[in-house]
Design a protein around this ligand. Structure first.
Ligand SMILES: *Cc1c(COP(=O)(O)O)cnc(C)c1O
Length: 369
């Protein structure tokens, strides 16, 4: 097995992967129309459904795309031509859903909340009530990765069903990192991708869809490549992706799912959460402040307000850490400057300790603290 330099990615995905996932991509060339590849595809699909606990009523559509492609596919495939979608936004990914709808001329009602602030379920219900005749769906982000806030999945989905609406959940950076049960949580459409908490390579997005809901979308014709129903039907009938799949990326995803199953869902959540706790304690001790109120944290990513010191430069700090194997990520929320530390991927508490030591060393060296 080829050993590769290990970088600790603290950016919010693509996340650090294992060498076994990287090496899983080195396989003999294969035509993806061969049955062997079809079986691999269906196996991956079924396992993704299992991870979301959707075996009873859900299927899964695999697409060659980054996560945004999956969100675009979902919004443009399922909202009927004469209906609107209510989009809850408390960060950049919520705004992105609105931009996708604008690009396709899909009518949307926006519930905009300042980034990092929680959803007010009472307000959301009022908004649903006042637009009920026009709406077919409510769309929102589960873990809003711009800021690290966790929106209440079960509560929002339950509310949509109370008004006979369906829901679309962008669970890009929470799927496989936080316990999600599409049955228990009443999720109709859940979108995620291969390169975040499932710890594989970028290139595959997937939509875990309630089959009864998906069936109703067969007549909606607004898109082509990204048509969920067409992609679903083709894969189901032919055991093949409708269009060319990212062959090697799928092998890596297969391996990553095996490793997820070996680690176990609970252990993965616990590993991520323990790294968050270590990070939180030390960063607060160093005098930093968080953007999001503690009780709303997803514990997968932390938005930290830039230090006030005139010696501080994000780029310089980034480069110092990067040279030492750690990648951090900037973040700007309205007029507030932040930087972000994510704790997903194949990383461990000892990596976070190492990072924090070098982070503190840098801050002292530059007299920022
Ligand atoms: C990563 C992410 C996306 C997708 O981003 P891509 O760059 O298209 O992969 C969408 N929504 C959320 C919440 C994300 O974290």
């Amino acid at each position: 097995m080829k050993l590769v330099k290990r970088n600790i990615l603290l950016n919010p995905g693509p996340a650090t992967t294992t060498d076994t996932v990287k090496n899983a991509m080195v396989v003999p060339d294969i035509c993806p129309r061969e049955l062997e590849f079809g079986e691999l595809t269906l196996g991956v699909r079924d396992d993704l459904i299992k991870i979301a606990h959707g075996e009873k009523n859900h299927t899964c559509v695999l697409l060659t795309a980054s996560g945004t492609g999956g969100v675009e596919a979902c919004l443009t495939s399922v909202v009927p031509q004469n209906k609107s979608v209510l989009i809850v936004s408390n960060g950049a990914y919520g705004e992105r859903m609105q931009a996708i709808c604008d690009a396709y001329g899909i009518s949307h009602v926006d519930y905009n909340i300042p980034a990092g602030k929680p959803v007010d379920l009472f307000k959301l219900e009022e908004l649903i009530k006042s637009h009920k005749v026009d709406l077919s769906h409510v769309a929102f982000i589960h873990h809003e990765t711009t800021v690290g806030i966790l929106n209440p999945l079960n509560e929002i989905c339950t509310l949509t069903h109370k008004y006979n609406l369906e829901n679309i959940v962008d669970a890009m950076s929470s799927f496989a990192g936080i316990d999600i049960d599409v049955e228990r949580d009443h999720v109709d459409y859940l979108v995620s991708s291969s390169n975040k908490c499932i710890q594989a390579m970028a290139g595959i997005s997937f939509v875990i869809a309630r089959l009864e809901s998906l069936k109703k979308t067969a007549g909606i014709k607004r898109n082509f490549y990204f048509n969920l129903w067409a992609n679903f039907e083709y894969l189901n009938k032919n055991k093949q992706f409708l269009f060319t799949p990212p062959v090697q990326t799928l092998y890596a995803l297969r391996q990553a799912i095996n490793e997820y199953n070996q680690e176990g869902a609970y252990n993965r959540y616990a590993r991520y959460a323990s790294m968050y706790e270590i990070m939180k304690k030390r960063v607060l001790e160093l005098g930093f402040e968080f953007l999001v109120e503690e009780k709303y944290h997803a514990k997968l990513l932390t938005s930290i307000l830039d230090p006030k010191s005139s010696h501080y430069s994000f780029n310089e700090m980034h480069d110092y850490l990067f040279e030492r194997g750690f990648t951090i990520y900037p973040g700007k929320v309205g007029s507030i400057n932040t930087f972000r530390l994510s704790n997903i991927g194949e990383i461990y508490p000892s990596d976070i300790q190492d990072f924090l030591n070098i982070f503190e060393e840098y801050l002292r060296l530059k007299k920022i603290i």
